[in-house]
Ligand binder design. Sequence first.
Ligand SMILES: NC(=O)c1ccc[n+]([C@@H]2O[C@H](COP(=O)([O-])OP(=O)(O)OC[C@H]3O[C@@H](n4cnc5c(N)ncnc54)[C@H](O)[C@@H]3O)[C@@H](O)[C@H]2O)c1
Ligand SMILES: O=P(O)(O)OC[C@H](O)CO
Length: 323
Amino acid sequence: MKAGVIGAGAWGTALAQLLAADGQAVRLWALEAEVVDAVNGSQENPLYLPGIPLSPSIAATGAMADMADCDLLLVVSPAQHLRSVVAQAPAGVPLLLCSKGIEAGTSLLMSEVAQQAQPRSPIAVLSGPTFAHEVARGLPTAITLACEDAALGQRLAERIARPAFRPYLSDDVIGAEIGGAVKNVLAIACGVAEGAGLGLNARAALISRGFAEMTRFGLARGARAETLGGLSGLGDLVLTCSSTNSRNFSLGKGLGEGQAAADLLANRRTVAEGAFTAPVLRAAALSAGVEMPVVDAVCALLADAVPLAQVIDALLARPLRPE
Ligand SMILES: NC(=O)c1ccc[n+]([C@@H]2O[C@H](COP(=O)([O-])OP(=O)(O)OC[C@H]3O[C@@H](n4cnc5c(N)ncnc54)[C@H](O)[C@@H]3O)[C@@H](O)[C@H]2O)c1
Ligand SMILES: O=P(O)(O)OC[C@H](O)CO
């Protein structure tokens, strides 16, 4: 039995390290040849997870055909590339989706995209408050593992659990995915508040009112409220909205400091998923009749369409209403 990890960015590499730390064989598919060489040659990934020594039982490859001997595949590509990597993966192997986002053009969640790309593969989702560096260093972490098939979910949870890594089972796949996708957009908003010096009251207000938006949208898409209030929703929202370790929060901080979104997004190597999710989420919310003013504000800033002061004034001038 060998687990495979598709995608060797920070999170894929950290998950490979988690699974291989006790010497278990793990296959890691990387897009970049230099990542394959660094993981196999010097047990490190300086491009995406610098400073973390990796287990020698991780074997990296650039050939998807090499994943054919894996009995479990963790998919950890950026959300907008998930369709293409899953389509290349071996068929019929359980897929544990670890990407957070909504597909542009289709508005589909990752489980829906994977289902289309590999109709014969059983699907589960892994999502929660998990900075890659901390997991790779073995720091205590809890995460939601969502799967409609309870028996498969249980098997996967037992497979990936480690003494300091605790998966909590759920059957609410949609809820787990919506929490992970929406929190990235809200983290941009909290970063803006930090960069613009709006204070900690403003951050707390954005987290609370943002959570209300996540809940409204999630319920409209069939998510359960307790999932949105759990690790993959509120838990990840709190983590990502409170630290410059978050790429989404850092992107927002740059916007709040007055930098143009186009400049901040140009030539990035690492992914800030909220920038891709925000416009798709806004359109999906509009068509579902769900109000998401914080998400709308983030979209305006990402489009470099409206000056920051005007965006802040518009949010504060909204009609007073019950909580
Ligand atoms: N980093 C974290 O702490 C963390 C934690 C939980 C979930 N996630 C999620 O995991 C997913 C991957 O994020 P990451 O942080 O590992 O990435 P990253 O930002 O560290 O690296 C970017 C990744 O994108 C890949 N990539 C670029 N172009 C590609 C293409 N055309 N096709 C396929 N892959 C391509 C690169 O190979 C690399 O693996 C995201 O959805 C993210 O939200 C990240
Ligand atoms: O760095 P971010 O903003 O992509 O956040 C990473 C993880 O999603 C946190 O759970």
